[in-house]
Design a protein around this ligand. Sequence first.
Ligand SMILES: [Zn+2]
Length: 458
Amino acid sequence: MKRRSFLAVCSWALALPCLGQYKAVNPKVSKIVREISEAHVTETLQKLEGFGTRYLYSQQEDRERGIGAARRWIYDQFRAFSPRLEVTYDQYRVKKGEERNSRLVRDVDLYNIVAVLPGTVHPEQRIIVSAHYDSIVLAGPTGGTGGGDTARAAPDPEANSPGVTDDGSGIACVMELARVLSQYEFDKTLVFVAFAGEEEGLVGSTLYAAKAKRDAVQIEAVLNNDIIGSEASGSGRIENRAVNVFSDDPPDSPSRTLARYVKEIGERYVPSMRAGLVFRQDRVGRGGDHTPFALEGFAAVRFSSPQENLANEHTATDTFDNTSPSYAARVTRVNAAVAASLAWAPKAPEVTERIERNGQQTANLLLTRGTGRSDAVLRWKQERPEADLAGYAVVMRATTAPYWERDVFVGNVAEYTFPDLSIDEYIFGVKAIDQEGNESLVSPYVPAPRAKRIIETY
Ligand SMILES: [Zn+2]
C-alpha cells in the first residue's frame, strides 16, 4: 500500500515538468522582479531632479543643467549597464509648430535615447519599455480637464522644471529595467526608450512610431510609463497597491490584448499590485507616448498612477519630495515581470490564414462551427514553433465580459473543439506556452465587420 502511493506520487512528480508548468511562475522571472531596486529608482529620481529642468528648449550644451545634460547622463547610464546594450540617439530636427497654441515654439533638435538588448531566438520581435525624459512648467492656472491645454505664454527655458513624477518616475522605471534585464538573455529583443518632446505633443514618440511603421519593424508590445510616482491624489486619497493600465478600443484591439496580458502576468508575479485596466485610450482629455504606437497599429499601453496630484503637475513642485520612490519601484516590478515574461515567451499563434477568393487574397478566420455546425472549433498556426514549446491554451469569455473567463491548456495540438457551444455568444483566443511557463500574448478570434454595401436600383 505504502509502496503504491509512493509510486503514484513519483509519477505525478515526473509529469510535472510537462503539465505542471502552466500558470506556474518561472523562477527566472521571479528573480528579476526581486532584483528591481528601490534604492536605484530613488537615485535616478534624485539625479533627474538635479538637472534643474529638462524642458525641450532648455540648455543643450551645459554640463550640469538642462535637457542636454540629462540626455547625455541617460545615454551614459545605458552604456554602463551592459556592453550588450546597443545605445543610440534617435535624432530629429523638429520644425516650429504651425498652430497658434503650439508648444513647439521654434525649430529644435530632439533626441530620443534608445537602448537595444538583442534577442537570441526571435530578434526581429521587439518589446519596448518607454517613458519621457523631458519636463515642462506651464505658467498660469491649470484648467480644463487637468492637462492645461489652454493658451498661455511659452515656458521660460531657465525656470526650474523638476518633472520628478512627470515623468522622472517613468524614466527611473525604464532605466531600472534596462539595468536588471541587460544581465539576462531573452528570446526576443527588448528596447528601452527615453522619449523627448512628450510635453510638446508626443513629438518624439510620434516620430519614432512612424519610422518603425515605415520600416516594418515588428513591435509586439509597448509598455509606456508616464506618472508612476504618485500615491496620493490632490484630495488626499492614498493608494499604492494599484496601477492604472490604459488601452485603446476596440475590445480585442492589440492594445487591449496586451492590457489583459499585463493583468494576468503582472498580478501573477507581483500579487500585491493590482493592474487596474482602464478601457480607454488615456486619461480624459490628455495624452501619452503609447498612443502614437497604437495609432500605427502596434499594441501599446500606458501605466499611470490612479492617484495623480494635479497641483504638482507641470509645476515647480513636481519634486522628489512630492514623489514616492517605493510606489514607482512597485510599478517597475510589474513592468519587469511583464517585459521578461513576454521576451521569453513564444510568438503568439496565428488565427487567420491567407486564402485566395475570386482572385483576391483574403484573411480567413480559423474559427468554425465544425461539421455538426453546432460546436466551436478553433484552429491555429505556428510558424517555426520553438523547440521548448509545451503547447497551447485556449481561452474564452462572454462578448460582454472584460477578461478571459475560461482558460484550458490543450497540449501541443493545432485544433480544439468546444462541443455544443455557440461561437456567436463568446469571444475565443489561443496562446502558446513554453516549458518554463512563459505565455505568449493571446491571439483573439475577431470576425471582420461586414462592409457597407451599395445596392443598385432602377
Ligand atoms: Zn508625462
